[in-house]
Each structure stands twice: as structure tokens, then as C-alpha cells.
Design a protein around this ligand. Structure first.
Ligand code: UD1
Ligand code: CA
Length: 452
């Protein structure tokens, strides 16, 4: 049976104190709503509808970047969760199977949890709600159960003193047959303490029709909704804890797991080793046996098998390290391929470049890739040896097995096997240093004497 996904993302997020719509704030390098979408994607949804409101244009743009098939509908006024879901009705007209309602600001929900909800639907419950035992139920809606049957959901504002004692709370996630869902929502009114159309009212409406409702539960963490920067930080912490555990589970050595930061899409191979204080920005893959040493920062980079990066290295987008490459301390690599076994070990900037296999780039080398207007390519051949403090003024090519002398400013191509020397020749003046020192010391002594 098909599944349809509805993601509510209209909320303003006033408490974020931000010009950015709440669901565009990032967690693990991806916007919040993308995490809910990723969990929902595990159900292989036929259609996905995202309901936007505040900052709709920006949200629509970000959604299209992730998946242009997602239908975006706008809720002009936030009249409640049922009203928000109703906005998706036209986009889901005629859709078959179950619909699942997720919240764009609730990023930690797990695919397995959604699958458990679908299983409960298959077991014959018309409405399946996701609940959790709240450590502090605060202002959450409460699930009123009668055995396995969910009899109603009552919002905190509308709850009696007894109902407020209930600790089983509503996460907001709901599953129901798609057509039935919209049918039930059509009956929802707004006669309650908030004057809003509550999605939660569909439980009582379903039961009045003789339909069954139940709750599936999950750990509270999965239902963590982001309403403030503090919530965002808490969600990030929970996300990182998860990713670290997954990496360890996958056979990655993390020397100090709590100091390593992952992105939503970080891929690390088995038997890779990550030292303390490493940050993985989006788009990084690290192959098996590679070693990422302490205090390195990587984004948009690929690290080949057995390569070593850092300590204190920076890999920027387009850094492609072949197997066994070595990138050392205070080296920055951007948009550059570093060949198999090539070494760039100290204090160097490599941008817009291709470095051949087994080349050796000396300390303090700079690819001068930018003329202030355009970027240019530097090519370094296989087995080439770049002397320390070489400036490679791009576009330029150093051939295979070629060499550059230390301190050279290379502005012209160096043929294969050639040695390029591009610096002033040294001359030694015998005895001149001693004379110079004498002169300087005499001048200093005179100054001190004159001052008295
Ligand atoms: C809702 C639930 C409550 C549950 C809680 C969990 C209802 C009536 N209440 O309450 O039982 O415990 O979530 O966090 O459903 N939204 C829209 N358009 C609207 C209103 C809301 O898109 O018109 C979106 C919000 O952006 C948010 C989500 O729906 O992502 C929940 O809305 P919110 O106003 O935060 O609901 P709560 O009052 O927290
Ligand atoms: Ca809320």
C-alpha cells in the first residue's frame, strides 16, 4: 500500500529570535525539515506535501533543492494543526493508502518508529498517534487511554486536573488512511481554549464513528521539537550522540567520540580512525583505514583509503585525496586532487590544483590561484618535488619528475624532469657582517650617551 507524507512547517518560531524561518535552521548541517523528510523517506512515500507559512518563499527554495518533487502548499494563517493538514488536501486528492503527518521542527524521529505506526495501522486501528512518556509533561497534549484504545487527546489548556496528571503525551505525529484523515479533519471545529483547529480532535471524531484509535510510543528524544536556540542545541547534541554511536557501530575508531562532530551525510569507512576534536561539515566521505588526526576540519571532501589528514588540517569543498595521500598540519586544500601517496605535509595552501601521484610539496608552498577576478589551475606532475616556500602562480604546470628550488616564484611551466630556479642568486661579501655589527653597535652606544 502506498504512503503519503505531510510535513507541517508553517510555524514562525518566534522564540528562535531569528530572521530565518525556524525549519531552515540547521542540524547536522541540514535544515531541520530535511531530517523529518529523511525519516519519512524510509516509508518510500508516493507523494510528499510540505505545508509552509512564515518565510514560505525561502522554505520553498530550500525544499526544491533537496527534492523538487515535494509539493509545497502555503498556509496563510496559522489556525491550528488540523487547519494546516487540511491545506494538503488538494495536493493529496485521490491519493491512496496511509498518510503520515510529521512536524518540520521535530528532526529526531526515527524511521523505525514510523514503521511501527504503519504496522499498527495494518493491525486495524484507523488512527494511530505517536506518544511518549514525558519526563516533564509540561504543556503537551495528553493521551487518554482505555487499555490499548486511545479515547481522546486533550490539550493541556483544555485538560482537567486529573487529565493533567497523565504523563503519556502527544508527539503530534499521526497516521491514518489518507481519505479518512481528510474526512475526519473536515469535522474538526475550533471551540476550545485556544480557538484553534486541533488535529488531535480527530481521535474523538473517529471513535464517534465507531473507528478505533491507538497510540504507538517512542523514546521522548525522538519527539524533541525545536522552538528555541536552546532546543536547537539540545537537538544537535542528541543528533551527534546518535551519529557517534553509529560510527562506532560501523567499525570506526573514535578516540574521544564526544569531541567529534558529524554532518547528516558523513560517510566513514570501517577501520578509519578519527582523533579528538575533528569536525565533519557536509559532504565528507572517508574511506577505510584512513586516519583523521586531531583538530582537523573537513567539508565537501573525499579522503581515500589509508590517507592521513592533519593534525590541524583543513579540507574544503572539492578536496579529493587519493589512497595513501598525506596532508599535514596547517595545510588547506580546496578544489584539488591529491594523487596517490602524494605528500603535502606542512603550512601550505593548495587551491584549484591537480597533484600527481607520489609528488612531494614542501613547507610553505602556495598555489597563487586567484588574480582577484578569476581562479586558475595549478598542475603538479607525478613524483614532482616542490621546494619549500614555492609560489606557484597559476595557471601553471610543473611536469612529472620535475623540481622547483626553495623560495621560487614559478610563473612559467616547468617541463617534465626539469629543475626550476626562480629566485635571486646568492652573493657572499667576506667580512661584511662583522663590519656591519660594529657600525650598528657604535651607533647605539652614541644614542645612549647623547640621551645622558
Ligand atoms: C501540538 C499538539 C499537542 C502536542 C504538541 C507536541 C495539537 C492541537 N496539539 O501542540 O498535542 O503535544 O504539538 O509538540 O495538535 N503548525 C502549522 N500550522 C498551524 C499550527 C501548527 O504548520 O496552524 C505546525 C507548527 O509549525 C509545528 C506543529 O504544527 O511544527 C505543532 O504546532 P504547535 O503550535 O507547536 O502545537 P502545540 O501547541 O505545541
Ligand atoms: Ca509545539
Amino acid at each position: 500500500m502506498a504512503t503519503q507524507l505531510i510535513v507541517l512547517a508553517a510555524g514562525q518560531g518566534t522564540r528562535m529570535q531569528s530572521d530565518l524561518p525556524k525549519v531552515l535552521h540547521r542540524l547536522g548541517g541540514a535544515p531541520l525539515f530535511a531530517h523529518a523528510l529523511a525519516a519519512g523517506a524510509a516509508l518510500d512515500p508516493e507523494r510528499t506535501v510540505l505545508v509552509t507559512g512564515h518565510g514560505a518563499a525561502g522554505v520553498a527554495e530550500a525544499v526544491a533543492e533537496i527534492d523538487p518533487r515535494i509539493v509545497i502548499v502555503e498556509q496563510d494563517q496559522q489556525l491550528g494543526t488540523a487547519h494546516a493538514v487540511r491545506m494538503a488536501a488538494a495536493a493529496l486528492a485521490g491519493a491512496e493508502g496511509d498518510a503520515i503527518v510529521l512536524y518540520g521542527d521535530t528532526p529526531l524521529i526515527r524511521p523505525q518508529t514510523l514503521q511501527a505506526m504503519i504496522a499498527a495501522r495494518k493491525a486495524g486501528h484507523a488512527v494511530v498517534v505517536l506518544g511518549f512518556e514525558a519526563a516533564d509533561p509540561a504543556r503537551y497534549g495528553r493521551l487518554v487511554m482505555d487499555g490499548r484504545e486511545l479515547t481522546r487527546i486533550v490539550e493541556f489548556k483544555d485538560a482537567s486536573a486529573d487529565e493533567r496528571q497523565i504523563t503519556l503525551c502527544n508527539s503530534g505525529v499521526v497516521a491514518a488512511d489518507c481519505a479518512t484523515l481528510f474526512d475526519l479533519i473536515a469535522e474538526v471545529g475550533n471551540h476550545n481554549a485556544s480557538g484553534e483547529y486541533y488535529l488531535t480532535d480527530i481521535v474523538e471524531i473517529a471513535r464517534a464513528r465507531g473507528l478505533s484509535a491507538t497510540a504507538v510510543t517512542c523514546p521522548e528524544e525522538e519527539t524533541l521539537g525545536v522552538n528555541s536556540r536552546a532546543d536547537l542545541a539540545a537537538a544537535e547534541a542528541a543528533f551527534q550522540t546518535r551519529r557517534r554511536a553509529e560510527a562506532l557501530e560501523d567499525g570506526v575508531t573514535l578516540v574521544a567520540p564526544e569531541t567529534v562532530y558529524f554532518s547528516h551525510d558523513t560517510v566513514i569507512g570501517r577501520d578509519a580512525l578519527v582523533e579528538p576534536n575533528v569536525v565533519f561539515g557536509p559532504g565528507v566521505s572517508v574511506e577505510t583505514g584512513a586516519r583523521i588526526r586531531a583538530f582537523s576540519h573537513l567539508e565537501g571532501a573525499h579522503v581515500g583509503r589509508g590517507a592521513i589528514v592533519g593534525p590541524f588540517a583543513r579540507l574544503r569543498p572539492g578536496a579529493e585525496l587519493a589512497n595513501e595521500a598525506r596532508i599535514g598540519n596547517f595545510v588547506e586544500i580546496k578544489n584539488a586532487q591529491v594523487g596517490e601517496g602524494a605528500k603535502v605535509n606542512h603550512l601550505t595552501y593548495i587551491g584549484d590544483a591537480r597533484i600527481g601521484e607520489a609528488a612531494n610539496v614542501g613547507a610553505g608552498t602556495v598555489t597563487c590561484n586567484y588574480d582577484g577576478v578569476a581562479k586558475h589551475l595549478t598542475e603538479i606532475g607525478a613524483r614532482a618535488f616542490i621546494g619549500s616556500d614555492t609560489m606557484l602562480v597559476a595557471p601553471v604546470r610543473v611536469g612529472d619528475d620535475a623540481m622547483t628550488a626553495t623560495g621560487s616564484v614559478i610563473t612559467e611551466d616547468v617541463p617534465d624532469g626539469a629543475m626550476a630556479v626562480a629566485r635571486a642568486r646568492q652573493t657572499n661579501k667576506p667580512g661584511l657582517a662583522v663590519k656591519l655589527f660594529e657600525k650598528l653597535r657604535a651607533a647605539k652606544a652614541k644614542r645612549l650617551k647623547d640621551r645622558g
